[in-house]
Design a protein around this ligand. Structure first.
Ligand SMILES: Cc1cc2nc3c(=O)[nH]c(=O)nc-3n(C[C@H](O)[C@H](O)[C@H](O)COP(=O)(O)OP(=O)(O)OC[C@H]3O[C@@H](n4cnc5c(N)ncnc54)[C@H](O)[C@@H]3O)c2cc1C
Length: 232
């Protein structure tokens, strides 16, 4: 379930200059639209396996959604819970978290796909948008190579698709693992132990520079960030 906390209602504020054409059009056609990404806002989300929740969020009205979020965050930091309580119920909504299955290679044509259109994933690992951007960068660099004559456009797109299927569905699998309701972390007693072990592990990593560097490097590799030192 997600929610936004705003300082003032959208109707009372002036639209900032330089707002994107499409956003301006949208706000003009939908007075009171709360999602205006030209102003500061804060978004929070609480998620969990449906069978572990006391009620189905998809069946609740907005105030009840906030009440559920308050209930399941019992014992969390008071500042976080204050944020939930201060949220405008009209901005709360529930969504199903979905994922995708690997796609078998297809015949390359003059139409290709990128981002969630091909490798939709859960928010686990937080790499859906990162992977969409990685797709865009990979495709753009290959199309540039084709424009320079080093390969045909067909080879450029085929090369992008083969690479994207590899890292895209690896990210899908890893993000799915973090949202697996069968994971011990979701069990009542074992879950507490698993969570405690994970926290201890992360604290150790945070305090040991070598481990910290290794973890950062592994995360960069997973996100496809080029780690070659500049100038090499
Ligand atoms: C709760 C949540 C948390 C997330 N957290 C993270 C995170 O921390 N880090 C991260 O990297 N990713 C995160 N993601 C995933 C990320 O939001 C998506 O992977 C990313 O937005 C995908 O980008 P996209 O451009 O492929 O698709 P989208 O962002 O879905 O863009 C597709 C666009 O196409 C438009 N569209 C659809 N059909 C049509 C049509 N027929 N004509 C014209 N337009 C159309 C849609 O309106 C939409 O604007 C999260 C997702 C969720 C749900």
């Amino acid at each position: 379930m997600e929610c936004e906390r705003r300082e003032a209602s959208a109707e009372r504020e002036e639209q900032k200059s330089g707002i994107g054409g499409n956003d301006a059009e949208l706000i003009a056609r939908w007075p009171g639209l709360l999602y205006d990404n030209t102003r500061d806002y804060l978004m929070w989300a609480v998620w969990g396996a449906l069978r572990n929740l006391p009620s189905n969020p998809k069946k609740l009205e907005q105030p009840a959604l906030l009440a559920l979020a308050t209930e399941i965050t019992d014992g969390w930091h008071p500042n976080l819970r204050a944020l939930i309580r201060a949220s405008d119920p009209a901005t709360a909504f529930a969504i199903d978290i979905r994922t995708s299955l690997p796609v078998a290679p297809w015949a390359t044509s003059n139409v290709t796909v990128l981002g969630d259109a091909v490798h939709l994933m859960t928010p686990g690992r937080g790499v859906g948008a990162n992977t969409a951007l990685r797709d865009a960068a990979s495709l753009a660099s290959r199309v540039r190579d084709a424009a320079r004559g080093t390969m045909s456009l067909h080879e450029a797109v085929a090369g992008y698709e083969a690479e994207m299927r590899r890292y895209g569905f690896q990210a899908v699998a890893e993000s799915r693992r973090q949202f697996d309701e069968r994971d011990p972390i979701h069990r009542p007693v074992v879950g507490r132990v698993a969570l405690g072990a994970m926290r201890t592990g992360l604290r150790v990593v945070n305090n040991v520079p070598l481990l910290k560097r290794r973890m950062i490097a592994a995360e960069h590799r997973f996100r496809g960030i080029d780690q070659t030192p500049q100038g090499h």
